[in-house]
Write a protein of this length. Structure first.
Length: 302
């Protein structure tokens, strides 16, 4: 029997009531300690996870801040841009206009040029003209067609072509079989068959053979048309053995400059301007442009 009563004490399984109570208390105490330990471990794990989560959040926030700062620095840093020729010209024009406005505000009124300075400049110009005249004094003056009247023929020119008139003193009406006309890229020959050539030699510049031509007028005159390859220069002579004309005295109006298209006319006028500047010992348009750019850069640096 598991239960027995002895006097006032109850025996359970051979244990008295007091011993049973102590055993229950000990068991409860042990379970309480296990439960408390488990609770503390759970709290410790939760605290640790909370701290780790806070650290990760702080790290992500720091990385986001660094990234934002880096992007801002990149945006604030000066950028190198490539400009087209048109954009560069526009930018240069804006810089020049701004510079002119600043100069108008800051530059004091310049005193009038003194007579001595004016005379000195005139003397320099005269010296320059004198040197140029010395070089060109032996050159022929252009005829009305910007060419020359030679003893045996006459020639005229425009920027794109040259025309020659070669008369022959004969008592018969010439035909094609009676003359010799040979036009090559760098040479020319015009004359009567069986006789010395009236015009023969190396051309001073190249011509387009396929676009050049010749014909006989009135049975007495051979006209030759030469098409220039370089249509941006004046010829000073036909063949290299002829005397030269002074191309600085060429009159573009006589060469129908007004008939040229806008771009070609602008190039011709620029070429003539540069020739005049050189003859006066002054910078050409390109040289002046370079000087202006260098001066502008220097002003911006200082």
């Amino acid at each position: 029997s598991l239960f027995a009563v002895h006097g006032h004490r109850v025996i359970v399984g051979g244990l008295c009531h007091s011993h049973l109570r102590d055993l229950v208390k000990e068991t409860v105490a042990r379970h309480s300690q296990v439960a408390l330990k488990a609770h503390r471990e759970r709290q410790s794990r939760q605290e640790k996870q909370k701290n780790e989560k806070a650290e990760r959040a702080a790290k992500l926030a720091e990385e986001a801040k660094k990234k934002k700062t880096s992007e801002q620095d990149t945006n604030d840093a000066p950028q190198i841009l490539e400009l087209t020729d048109e954009e560069a010209a526009k930018l240069q024009s804006e810089i020049d206009q701004k510079k002119q406005q600043e100069e108008k505000k800051e530059t004091p009124v310049v005193a009038a040029e003194s007579p001595s300075d004016k005379e000195e400049k005139e003397e320099k110009g005269a010296d320059s003209d004198g040197e140029e005249d010395e070089k060109d004094k032996d050159k022929l003056k252009p005829n009305a067609g910007n060419g020359a009247d030679m003893p045996n023929y006459k020639w005229t020119q425009s920027l794109s072509e040259v025309d020659l008139l070669v008369p022959f003193d004969v008592n018969f009406r010439m035909k094609g079989k009676d003359v010799v006309v040979d036009i090559q890229r760098r040479t020319i020959k015009v004359g009567l068959k069986g006789q010395p050539a009236v015009l023969e030699g190396e051309l001073c510049h190249e011509v387009k053979v396929e676009e050049s031509s010749w014909l006989i007028e009135d049975g007495k005159v051979v006209t030759v048309h030469l098409e220039k390859i370089n249509k941006m220069e004046w010829w000073s002579r036909i063949v290299t053995t002829d005397p030269e004309i002074n191309t600085k005295k060429v009159s573009p109006e006589n060469s129908k400059l007004s008939d040229l298209d806008g771009e070609t006319r602008g190039m011709v006028e620029k070429m003539m301007y540069d020739q005049r500047q050189k003859s006066m010992g002054l910078p050409t348009s390109e040289e002046q442009k370079k000087q202006d750019i260098l001066q502008n850069c220097w002003c911006r640096l200082t």
